[in-house]
Design a protein around this ligand. Structure first.
Ligand SMILES: [Zn+2]
Length: 89
């Protein structure tokens, strides 16, 4: 988990993003990396300054040529964990 990212807010839900982790590896986000909001699981892109912005339609289309199924599986898992946590409270 990288904790020294500049703080920025998810454009969808306002969740403050200041840390990130790779999936199954320790890769840190780079400008242009895809991300997923841990609160609302919206698709994010890291900017040059490593803040986050919403992924554009074209960027999501580009993802389809790569690892879309594992990316969508991650989004689903995050949403499911959030839902289960909400139901426990
Ligand atoms: Zn969000």
């Amino acid at each position: 988990m990288k904790k020294n990212l500049p703080k920025s807010a998810c454009p969808s839900c306002g969740y403050v993003v200041d840390a990130a982790t790779g999936v199954g590896h320790n890769e840190q986000p780079k400008p242009g990396s895809y991300g997923i909001c841990l609160r609302c699981s919206t698709s994010l892109i890291y900017t040059e300054s490593l803040t986050v912005r919403a992924a554009t339609f074209i960027e999501l289309e580009r993802l389809k040529q790569g690892n879309l199924s594992s990316y969508q599986a991650m989004q689903y898992t995050i949403a499911k964990i959030r839902e289960e946590a909400a139901n426990r409270n």
